[in-house]
Design a protein around this ligand. Structure first.
Ligand code: GLU
Length: 479
């Protein structure tokens, strides 16, 4: 059975790259009917940030990436947490020592510093490798600080990565890395391998910065006699300036994007396409569709660009495709803030703005004319394409006012029928009637709907009042 894990360190910031890793792990599990787990890699206590674990869980919840198992945490399962499993790593390190695949090292900081070649390379010289069992025991009994190091064998290590292909390196390039630190905690490099094995992980997805450490992991798998998982290392994600995404450079985290008004579904959709392409040109995918379509073949090793302009378009697409009831619920707060007139049907306003926005916060500017007619200039009536000027607009508004004052039924259908009949009677172009009405009712060069819909939306009294105001404005400017 396919089993994947998302294994973040709780450093407080869930950037786009982290979320992409989590998403791909989730999708691989779902695609093959497998299990997706969350494992918190918190053995580096210096890097831990308070509240970070909750932030990770909250992010996964919001993104819809529910994990499938974990230790019981009082009714609900929690994530696996490495700091709660320290004893397991120590036991496994000891097993490697017993097998001669790892060894205790008692060298102090000063000695290790002296091994530095001045260029930051400080490969351990294995001074402690040949200590006898008795010497090791004596040192341990004397309380001399120790670490456990991996014994890197001679030869080459080759492996296949699903994205980068076959990679071979000479073991002579590898250091006898520390497995257990002097505080008794495992290093990330060690705990990661032990846990991936014990948690039966079949596919490991992570950033390509781990590609160079992978041979060391494989040597650990070999030392234990364990099966190596399938590796999927992902290329970098760049910002629009071609730089590596980073919080320091001000690139947005998942949380920042939510705060800026992006929908979680749109963010997830956009992130799915950072490094993976479907076999056709489909761009909009629900999480469920992704779970069906995602495949390793579509992964690419070229860096991808996180394009906020594209995400903005996608956000709009998600609003446009949203069930109108859901959109109404989402926009209601903003609509209520912007439109206080009781006579206006907010559901209708929601319907009008739904196809026109990329963000909920764009709503107020689209509908502000409903409550208060903005101050506008009479020149707005002059529109070259509509063939309108202040004179023919004045004529149109007068005729429209007359016709609408006597209209019995003020609904959109009747309004539409009456206005178009009038256009026909007058023998003028549609725009010569519709543009002046739209302008008088909205006071803006653009509005979320046309003239007759506006009349219906604003109601009889307000519409007639604004038509009269328009007439007055045009008369006063012609004086
Ligand atoms: N704890 C590592 C990180 O946060 C995870 C790397 C991995 O997935 O193996 O980058």
């Amino acid at each position: 059975m396919v089993r994947t894990r998302y294994a973040p360190s709780p450093t407080g910031y869930m950037h786009i790259g982290n979320l992409r890793t989590a998403l791909y792990e989730y999708l691989i599990a779902k695609r093959y009917g497998g299990i997706f787990i969350l494992r918190i890699e918190d053995t580096d206590r210096n890097r831990e940030v308070y509240g970070a674990v909750e932030k990770i869980r909250q992010t996964l919840r919001t993104a819809g990436l529910a994990y499938d198992e974990g230790p019981d945490a009082g009714g609900e399962f929690g994530p696996y947490v490495q700091s709660e499993r320290v004893e397991i790593y120590m036991r496994h390190a000891q097993e490697l020592v017993d097998k001669g695949k790892a060894y205790y090292c008692f060298c102090d900081k000063k000695r290790l510093e002296s091994l530095d070649d001045g260029l930051g390379n400080s490969k351990y010289d294995r001074r402690c490798l040949n200590l006898s069992k008795e010497e090791v025991k004596r040192n341990l009994d004397d309380g001399i600080p120790w670490v456990i190091r991996q014994l890197i064998p001679e030869g080459d290590t080759a492996f296949v990565d699903q994205v980068y292909g076959e990679i071979t390196i000479s073991n002579s390039e590898l250091d006898d890395q520390i497995l257990i630190k002097s505080d008794g905690m495992p290093t990330y490099n060690f705990a990661n391998v032990v846990d991936d094995h014990l948690m039966l992980i079949t596919h490991v997805v992570r950033g390509n910065e781990y590609l160079s450490s992978t041979p060391k992991y494989n040597l650990l798998y070999d030392a234990f006699g364990w099966q190596i998982p399938t590796y999927i290392h992902l290329p970098l994600i760049l910002n629009e300036k071609g730089e590596k995404l980073s919080k320091r450079r001000g690139d947005a985290s998942f949380e920042d994007l939510l705060e800026a008004g992006f929908l979680p579904e749109a963010i997830v959709n956009c992130i799915a396409l950072l490094g993976w392409s479907p076999s056709d040109n489909q761009e909009i995918f629900s999480l469920e569709e992704l779970s069906r379509s995602f495949d390793l073949k579509g992964l690419s090793k070229s860096p991808s660009t996180f394009d906020v302009t594209k995400l903005t378009w996608m956000n709009g697409e998600y609003f446009r495709r949203m069930d109108p009831e859901k959109f109404y619920e989402l926009s209601l707060g903003s609509l209520k803030e912007s439109v206080k007139l009781k006579s206006v049907d907010l559901k209708k306003v929601a319907e009008l703005v739904q196809p026109r926005i990329n963000f909920i916060h764009e709503i107020p500017a689209l509908v502000d004319f409903i409550d208060a007619l903005p101050e506008y200039d009479a020149s707005l009536y002059t529109h070259k394409k509509m063939k309108t000027n202040s004179q023919n607009s004045l004529e149109s508004l007068k005729k429209a006012l007359q016709a609408l004052e006597s209209l019995d039924c003020w609904d959109e259908q009747s309004l539409h029928a009456r206005i178009f009949k009038l256009i026909e009677e007058l023998g003028i172009k549609n725009g010569q009637m519709l543009w002046p009405i739209r302008t008088a009712l909205s006071g803006k060069p653009s509005s979320p709907c046309g003239a007759t819909e506006l009349c219906a939306l604003l109601g009889r009294d307000l519409s007639l009042k604004r038509l009269r105001l328009g007439i007055e404005k045009l008369i006063s400017c012609s004086d």
